[in-house]
Structures are given as structure tokens and as C-alpha cells.
Design a protein around this ligand. Structure first.
Ligand code: FAD
Length: 508
């Protein structure tokens, strides 16, 4: 049916980010009819790929967890389990290092797949903290051990909670006790060296965009322990291979994904979501509506009823990004260079806009992403939308501001890649305005962050104050990151399936 015609489904999903697609795929496989509306011509949102002049770039995410094909590493290999359920193959390449950190004072450390190698390197830099290092990373290991032995489900689903509690009583109690703990406070119990604590802040900041004290221990247990178990694996063809495979899974079971279909509002009658209205005016109806947009975009734009506005002080709004997508001559990348890097010049400003440089060169793992003799580089720094709002797109001033910031990021990156500025053959730049416009994300934000003192259970779950309207994606528990939003999609699908009377099986 064309986009202007009325379509119905059991579940309509607004947005084809990984959270939305995961929800749709699992529900569709279970026998519910699903319909995904995506404003762009491609799926994946912050986990999509785009191509220019023979280069394929990851629009956002490049470091992927959850692809271990060894189920003995636990239940956190969600991508493997979901694709197995869908009967879809996604080929991946193992990455020996999560991130190579280049820190002030000549402190460099690769977070290797081998946990022993990583701990040994840390201990050799901080021998006086050997015991504290082991105790802290053992705590993360403990969280990982608990989480990876529990099946994924919704914390709002009483039946799921009951089953988990019944079959894993000790793990459940232990996890409940750790839920309220912070990564940074746990580190401070064992470690006092300031440089080491700064590194642990950076470990948190690398994905959470907050220091370790503001980061829940539970989140840290997933990312910083799973890198040594399931490991980091890169999808062949780039990040867009993941949403493409989820779309194939949805369509394989009869679901529909409509591109260039922007939802302008959720149709709500008497406090109950009945469907969605697209920007072409067409209306589509469902028993449940899932928004994969951010919590602010969902309630301020798509719901638009002041009774459901998100209180301004409920969360912190994380910054956005300034991003460089570079095609470079391969000779600038030395042999044995790792794929993912983080550069910090100064501990005082690492969390200020532009303070930390994130860098990935995924064509090192997958040469198909770049023409022969070339590499793709994705480098990015945090940036505030407010700083860029004064520019009109297409203006000289906007172009000059982007070029100036890009030149500074490239020049700072030359400390790990001498000659980079001369090796650049293609340069695509994206400001917070780009991020906001392409993905409909409020202020181009990375998403809501917990305020100091809040715990992870204060993140929104999938249900909302509007009946039959649900959220999936990085505004919801557990938060940002592709594996996290995948969890949110599993949780959302499980909760809806239970509500609609046909519960999902656990991911085997
Ligand atoms: C620069 C950057 C680097 C990152 N690096 C990593 C990394 O290395 N590893 C990692 O795990 N995570 C990383 N992340 C985070 C991760 O990519 C995100 O947390 C995750 O992909 C967000 O998924 P989501 O489901 O919340 O939806 P999003 O990715 O936000 O997608 C939402 C989708 O909904 C669509 N949409 C929104 N509104 C509408 C509407 N009204 N109508 C129709 N469609 C709509 C959008 O177009 C978009 O496609 C990174 C993010 C960024 C920005």
C-alpha cells in the first residue's frame, strides 16, 4: 500500500533506530503484525552507514558488543541471539582492542580483549595500586557474571521478574544490591591514585559521556567486562549491516518498513494512543504505538499535549557531536594501528565540548569500506547545539566554523597519526545541526543522562503515561549504546507481547 493510504498493524513503530527495529523484529517473529515508519531513506539512525565517493562511513556507532557466537560467554550476546531467532546472518570481524586510550602525561593503554593483558598493563603503570585495580575490575566482572546469567526481559513485566527471582534467587538479590551503586564510588573504595581515577572516569566517559561517579556500576559491568568475554566485533560492510539485517528479519516474517515516512504526531484519544499521523497527512492505526524517538521528541513534538511534557529537570540533556568523516591515503595509517582510539590532551577539559577526540578507522578491519589504498576515518568530539544554532545552513560562516573545528581536530589527532592533514582526500563534516536534522533528535543530543545521585532504575522504562504508547531506544533503560538500545527493544517487545496476550520466549 502506498504511503498516503491508511495502513493498520498490531504495532506501529516510529523510527528505525536499533531500539525500534529490535522491537518490531521480535514482535513480528512472534506473530504480531508490525509497521515501522522511518523519516530517512535508510534504517539505523545513529547506527547507520552512508557512502560517498567509494567510501562507506559509520554515521555514529562503530564499537559493537553483543556479537559473541559463544553462548557460554552469557546472555549478553543479544545480537547473536536475535539474529539466530530471525534466521538472519550478520558476518562480523573480531577486533582485538576495544579502544586504545592516548591520555595526558604519555599514558597510553589499549583495552585489549585479553583481560589479563589489560590488567597487567594497568598494573605496570600503577604498581602501587595493583591490589585496588584487581579488586575494582573484579567488581565489574562480578556484575557481568550476574547480568550475563539472567535472561533479557522487561523490568515492568511482573511475570518475568517473578521467573528470574524464582530461578536465580541469589543473583537477583546480588544484582538488586549493586543496582544502586556507582562505578566511580566503587573505584574510590579500592583506588586513590588520581591519574588512575581519571582513567576510570575516561573509561566511563568513553560511552556514557559522564564521569565514573555519575555512571551506574551495572552499565560499567556490561561494557567494561564484556569486552573481555564476548569481545568487540565489527559487522562486515559497516554499522548499517545491523539495521539492514533487522529490516530483512521484519520483512521475512511479513512486517513492513516504510522509508521517507515521517510521523508528525501520535493519534491519541482519551489518553490512549490509537495510531500515528504522517507528515503527508495520512493516518495509520494500531493496538500499540512504539516511539523510537527521544523522550523529548516523543512528548514535546509527537504527543504535544502539555499534560505529558517531560519536566526540564528530570534528566541532564547530553551534548551533541561534531563529526568528521574522512577518506585518507592508507599510507598515513601505520601497521599494527588499532581501529578505535580516544585522545585526551588535558584531564581538566576532557568533558568540555571538544575536549576528548573519539577516532575510528574501521576499514583497517574491513577493507571493503574504502577504495584500494585508502582508509575511512570517523573522528568526533562533543559539541553543544546552542553553539551552532546561530549559523544558517549553507552559509559561508557555517562552512568556515565547521572547517576551523575540523582542522583543529585533525591537527590534534596528528599526535597519533603524523601527516594526517596531508593525507585527507575526502572530508564530510557534520555539526549538531546535522545530527538534529537527520535523526530528529532534540538538540542533536546523545540522549538523556542521569543526574548525579540518580540510579539506573530512574531511567524511563518502556511504558509511558499515555495508554498503549511505548518508548524504545536510548531514552529508556538501560541507556545509550547499540547493545543497550537492543536491550531496550527486547524489553519493549517482551512487555507489549505480554500485554497483547502472546508472551515472547526468552532469547535462546
Ligand atoms: C557519534 C556517535 C558515536 C557512537 N558510537 C557508538 C559506539 O561506538 N558504540 C555503541 O554501541 N554506540 C555508539 N553510539 C550510540 C548509539 O549509536 C545510539 O545510542 C543508538 O544507535 C541509538 O539508537 P536508538 O534506537 O535510540 O535510535 P536512533 O539511532 O536515534 O534512531 C531513531 C530513528 O528514528 C527516526 N525518527 C525519529 N523521529 C522520527 C519521526 N517522527 N518519524 C519517523 N522517523 C523518525 C530517525 O530518523 C532515526 O532513524 C554512538 C552515537 C553517536 C551519535
Amino acid at each position: 500500500m502506498g504511503q498516503s493510504g491508511k495502513e493498520t498493524a498490531d504495532v506501529i513503530v516510529i523510527g528505525s533506530g536499533i531500539g525500534g527495529l529490535t522491537t518490531a523484529a521480535l514482535l513480528q517473529e512472534r506473530g504480531f503484525s508490525t509497521l515501522v515508519f522511518e523519516k530517512n531513506r535508510f534504517p539505523g539512525g545513529s547506527c547507520s552507514s552512508f557512502s560517498r565517493q567509494g567510501y562507506t562511513f559509520d554515521a555514529g556507532a562503530s564499537v559493537f558488543y553483543g556479537f559473541s557466537d559463544d553462548d557460554r560467554s552469557g546472555t549478553l550476546n543479544l545480537h547473536t541471539r536475535i539474529f539466530r531467532k530471525l534466521g538472519i546472518q550478520v558476518e562480523t570481524i573480531p577486533d582485538p582492542v576495544q579502544i586504545h586510550f592516548h591520555l595526558p602525561g604519555g599514558f597510553n593503554i589499549p583495552a585489549c580483549y585479553s583481560r589479563d593483558a589489560f590488567i597487567d598493563r594497568l598494573v605496570s603503570r600503577f604498581p602501587h595500586e595493583a591490589q585496588g585495580i584487581r579488586k575494582f575490575y573484579d567488581e565489574l566482572e562480578d556484575v557481568y557474571r550476574i547480568l550475563s546469567s539472567l535472561p533479557a526481559g522487561s523490568l515492568e513485566d511482573i511475570v518475568h521478574l517473578g521467573e528470574v527471582g524464582l530461578h536465580h534467587p541469589l543473583m537477583t538479590v546480588s544484582l538488586a544490591m549493586k543496582t544502586f551503586r556507582s562505578m566511580g564510588r566503587t573505584a574510590r573504595k579500592f583506588i586513590s591514585d588520581r591519574e588512575l581515577l581519571s582513567f576510570i572516569d575516561m573509561e566511563a566517559y568513553s560511552w556514557a559521556l559522564q564521569d565514573a561517579v555519575s555512571t551506574p556500576l551495572v552499565n560499567a559491568g556490561i561494557c567494561l567486562a564484556d569486552r573481555h568475554h564476548g569481545g568487540i566485533n565489527y559487522p562486515v560492510g559497516g554499522s548499517g549491516a545491523i539495521p539492514s539485517a533487522l529490516c530483512r528479519g521484519i520483512e521475512k516474517f511479513g512486517g513492513r518498513v516504510r522509508f521517507q515516512a515521517e510521523v508528525s504526531s501520535v493519534i491519541i484519544e482519551n489518553g490512549i494512543a490509537r495510531g500515528v499521523r504522517l507528515s503527508d497527512g495520512s493516518e495509520h492505526f494500531a493496538r500499540a504505538v512504539v516511539s523510537n524517538a527521544t523522550i523529548w521528541d516523543t512528548f514535546e513534538r509527537l504527543v504535544g499535549d502539555p499534560r505529558f511534557s517531560v519536566p526540564k529537570n528530570r534528566f541532564l540533556c547530553s551534548p551533541s557531536w561534531f563529526q568528521l568523516y574522512l577518506g585518507v591515503d592508507a599510507s598515513v595509517i601505520p601497521a599494527e594501528f588499532f581501529v578505535h582510539h580516544i585522545l585526551v590532551d588535558d584531564w581538566k577539559s576532557y568533558s568540555s565540548p571538544g575536549g576528548t577526540i573519539y577516532f575510528s578507522a574501521p576499514s583497517i578491519l574491513d577493507p571493503s569500506l574504502a577504495p584500494q589504498g585508502k582508509h575511512t576515518i570517523h573522528a568526533f568530539v562533543t559539541a553543544e547545539a546552542e553553539e551552532w544554532d546561530r549559523f544558517s545552513r549553507g552559509s559561508d560562516a557555517y562552512r568556515e566554523a565547521k572547517d576551523a573545528l575540523a582542522a583543529s581536530v585533525i591537527s590534534r589527532t596528528e599526535r597519533i597519526l603524523p601527516g594526517l592533514s596531508k593525507a585527507v582526500e575526502l572530508k564530510v563534516l557534520a555539526s549538531p545541526l546535522t545530527h538534529e536534522r537527520y535523526l530528529n533528535r532534540y538538540k542533536g543530543s546523545y540522549g538523556p543522562l542521569l543526574k548525579p545521585g540518580q540510579n539506573i532504575l530512574q531511567k524511563p522504562q518502556n511504558s509511558t503515561p499515555v495508554g498503549n504508547l511505548y518508548l524504545a531506544g536510548d531514552s529508556t533503560f538501560p541507556g545509550q549504546g547499540v547493545i543497550a538500545v537492543t536491550y531496550s527493544g527486547v524489553s519493549c517487545a517482551s512487555y507489549i507481547a505480554r500485554k497483547l496476550g502472546k508472551p515472547l520466549d526468552y532469547l535462546g
